[in-house]
Ligand binder design. Structure first.
Ligand code: BGP
Length: 465
């Protein structure tokens, strides 16, 4: 008998927990960054929607909505606050309590080990570029696996390795705020691939029933002109944001031409070590978490330096775009529709991406681990939000996901980003994604939005798919 399709929603530790220094938690690089002068917005996740103290209410609301799964992340610095490797029992206890609540409502936990928030002591040593990071990460992962064992049936090692690396080392809007360094970008992703493999090696030692995966962000690469040069640009795009991570994580190796392409970029690949690459083969993931926001449209590289532009202002003035020198650059046409943060809204990308993943990676089980619409929500005098735009966004993405499922793609679950309103990284709190509104001015009151009730009906309707 096949397992039930999972319908749920997702959050991440730094974005929702608050309690940034409570019960023995150490600081993460996001605490440090948000408290520093580099954070020009001055907005922090210190309190956010305070899930740390509201988790019972939030999980009950998931249950009342009919959600049968919840994706959240563990804060590494809550579990291992200092570099002495001493475990903070209170950190583990918090997540035990979260799991208790999930159990109460029959909600299956899907837990990510790291969602951008490295401990500050790792950051001080070089963050994702620190040569010892994979051993530190494997140790942390082991602590988590040994404590929670099969209470958590789905573990994911790293959230969005390539997007995280791009923000840290190309756009420079996430700590450590380095711009336009392809050298650091690919080095970071390599270290993440090694972290993933070493964590999986620890996981396999325990012979658990649970499954382990990885959460990937990039969707399909599309072209408007079908010729060899354009197809080559799209292939470079896949190297750039997907194959550099998913090939080692799923196929257990790099494609030779990928390494040749990196060499042609003039990168120093001395960070790659044979004995680490050898670990990829036997330490691959069981499932893929695929996030679904926007596609990438590219054309052959023309001119200019490597540059990755995002829009954190929400003023609708600039579009997300990329130039990867020598490889490809972004392309546009008049039919494209963008949100206020310059991100394209293109529902079919979820279908195209699922089909592409099947083509390259076999029919690996896939969960859509995030899909959501960022918007300036307007609440009425009771705090109620009629977010028809979000409903339209989600229903069109879900329909395309179901089309891929009908065509045999092994997609097994869907998570709305996000469960409730939360901190949207350096976009602050005005960009909202939640199914539930959080009233930041009135004691963090939770008020379900129209999309919450819409999702409840959808889950009821599609419970037997
Ligand atoms: C994903 C991240 C999430 C979340 C979401 C929306 O890339 O995994 O943490 O934030 O995107 O992005 P943003 O909040 O920047 O609009």
């Amino acid at each position: 008998m096949s397992e039930k399709f999972l319908w749920g929603s997702a959050t991440a530790a730094y974005q929702c927990e608050g309690a940034w220094n409570e019960d023995g938690k150490g600081a993460s690089i996001w605490d440090e960054f948000c408290h520093s002068a580099a954070n020009t917005t001055k907005i922090t996740g210190d309190v956010s929607c305070d899930f740390y103290h509201h988790y019972k209410e939030d999980i009950k609301m998931m249950g009342d909505c009919g959600q049968n799964t919840y994706r959240f992340s563990i804060s590494w610095s809550r579990i291992l606050p200092k570099e002495d490797r001493v475990v903070n029992q209170k950190g583990l206890e918090f997540y035990d309590k979260v799991l208790d609540e999930c159990e109460k409502y029959g909600i299956v936990p899907n837990v990510t080990l790291i969602h951008y928030d490295l401990p500050d002591y790792i950051g001080a040593k070089g963050g994702w570029l620190y040569e010892g990071i994979s051993d530190e990460f494997a140790y942390y992962a082991k602590v988590v696996f040994e404590h929670f064992k099969d209470r958590i049936p789905f573990y994911a090692t790293i959230n969005e390795p390539t997007f995280n690396a791009s923000c840290c080392y190309l756009t420079g809007n996430y700590p450590p705020n380095v711009q336009n360094s392809l050298q650091d970008y690919f080095h970071c992703i390599y270290n993440m691939a090694v972290c993933n493999a070493k964590a999986i090696r620890e996981f396999r030692k325990l012979n658990l029933k649970a499954k382990i995966g990885l959460v990937h962000s990039s969707c399909s690469y599309d072209i408007f002109v079908d010729n060899e040069e354009y197809r080559k640009a799209a292939k470079y795009g896949e190297y750039f944001s997907t194959e550099c991570m998913l090939d080692p994580a799923i196929l257990g190796k790099y494609e030779d031409n990928f390494i040749i392409a990196l060499t042609k970029l003039g990168l120093d690949l001395s960070y790659m070590h044979e004995e680490e690459i050898a670990l990829f083969k036997d330490n691959t993931i069981d499932f893929l978490g695929q996030n679904a926001y926007c596609r990438n449209v590219v054309k052959p590289y023309t001119t200019g330096e490597t540059y990755v532009q995002v829009n954190n202002s929400g003023s609708g003035d600039k579009k997300e775009s990329k130039i990867i020198k020598g490889w490809f650059e972004s392309d546009f046409n008049d039919s494209m529709i963008f949100n206020k943060w310059g991100r394209e809204i293109y529902p079919k990308t979820i279908y195209d991406t699922l089909i592409k993943r099947r083509e390259r990676y076999g029919n690996i089980p896939i969960y859509i681990t995030e899909c959501g619409h960022g918007a300036y929500d307007i609440a009425d005098e009771n705090g109620y939000v009629e977010d028809d735009d979000r409903i339209e966004f989600l229903s069109s993405y879900i329909n395309y996901m179901l089309k891929a499922k009908e065509e045999g793609v092994n997609v097994l679950g869907f998570y709305v980003w996000s469960t409730m309103d939360l901190y949207s990284w350096i976009n602050g709190y005005k960009k909202r994604y939640g199914l539930v509104r959080v009233d930041y001015d009135n004691g963090l009151k939770r008020i379900p939005k129209k999309s919450y009730y819409w999702y409840k009906d959808l889950i009821k309707d599609k419970k037997d798919i």
